[in-house]
Design a protein around this ligand. Structure first.
Ligand code: SAH
Length: 330
């Protein structure tokens, strides 16, 4: 990327090494050739997103509100799992998808994030962790499940993923990264060539057209059947699964018929269903099902031998759960 813009290969290697391998946050003090020095001074900035506020939950979840160079704000969440963390990254300020159950969606799209702002979330969160929890600072997985529709900002997300996985960069394995989409078909069609090996998560939420249209308005443009077919066509590694997220809203998509439609469609696929009980937020139009209702839904799905797990929320006390991220009202 940098090389195509005019930086020498050795200059780019030094820079990547300095920031990503040596984890230095200050401008690089290595000895650059004159031309590289000039390129860096004129073209690059090394500022990370600024931490506006941090909220720490009792369960080790950390929610960052980052301030970007134009004053806009985004959220990033560190989600604990055993002795590590997964990081939940944002891809846009707000979101254009307008999903009826999502706090971010109701905010509308303000702008896409640049690659540096996506990578910057990881670096800034890592820096904070290392400084504040030095014995507990491993971020092992990344999910694009924060604010925004990642495939609607495909180029920046793809370049950020390249930096995450390249051996010159952060050296994460592609299968440690999951991109979650509401079903943005143009992005899924590019996946095979441009994001090979990265895990796919689809926010499915209903197999019923009318219900899915209400939940995820882009279903009218990119119908779920076409989306599922596009996902089927993406080559997968032998042991990998596609994650299908199923938001469970009380009295809306939690009946036996909903579970049966889901089970029938996913039966026999390398599928894993994450059942996410709806996380309420102020002004929300859906309700969270009870524990019994969630268990009942899972039992109906189990009949089809489709593996699933109920995602009980972490960071609930700090509104850091799925769909609760809204940089305006935090
Ligand atoms: N735009 C992407 C990623 C962002 S949302 C997508 O749609 O997949 C990440 C996950 O949180 C999605 O599965 C989304 O449907 C879910 N989600 C959004 N709002 C929620 C809420 N209020 N309660 C539970 N899950 C929610």
């Amino acid at each position: 990327m940098l090389v195509s813009q005019g930086l020498s290969v050795s200059g780019a290697t030094l820079l990547f090494n300095w920031h990503y391998k040596l984890r230095q946050f200050e401008p690089c003090t290595e000895d650059f050739a004159k031309a590289s020095q000039k390129f860096i001074e004129e073209n690059l900035s090394f500022a990370l997103p600024e931490i506006d506020t941090i909220q720490e939950s009792d369960d080790r979840t950390v929610k960052f509100l980052f301030k970007l160079h134009d004053g806009r704000k985004i959220e990033t969440v560190l989600i604990p799992s055993n002795k590590k963390y997964g990081i939940c990254l944002s891809s846009q300020v707000g979101c254009a998808m307008k999903c009826s159950f999502c706090h971010t969606g109701l905010q509308g799209l303000e702008r896409h994030l640049g690659t540096h702002e996506i990578v910057g979330q990881l670096l800034a969160a890592q820096k904070w962790l290392t400084e504040n929890r030095p014995d507990d600072d491993r971020i092992s997985t990344m999910v694009f499940m924060g604010q925004g529709e990642p495939l609607h900002n495909f180029d920046s997300v793809r370049k950020a993923i390249e930096i995450f996985i390249t051996q010159h960069g952060l050296c994460y394995a592609a299968d440690k990264i999951t991109v979650s989409t509401a079903g943005f078909l143009p992005g899924l069609e590019r996946w095979k060539d441009e994001m090979p090996g990265v895990n796919i998560a689809l926010s499915l939420h209903s197999m019923d057209t009318a219900k899915r249209n209400e939940l995820i308005p882009i279903n009218a443009k990119y119908p779920v059947e076409k989306v599922l077919d596009a996902i089927d066509k993406i080559p997968k590694k032998k042991k990998s699964f596609v994650i299908y997220e199923y938001l469970l809203a009380k009295g809306f998509n939690d009946a036996e018929v909903d579970a049966c439609q889901l089970g029938e469609r996913l039966q026999g696929k390398r599928a894993f269903v994450n059942i996410i009980p709806f996380n309420p937020f102020p002004g929300a139009k859906y309700e969270r099902p009870t524990r019994e209702e969630v268990d009942r839904f899972k039992a109906w799905l189990d009949v089809y031998d489709v593996p699933s797990l109920v995602r009980f929320t972490k960071g609930h006390d700090i509104l850091a759960a799925c769909g609760q991220l809204n940089s305006k009202s935090s």
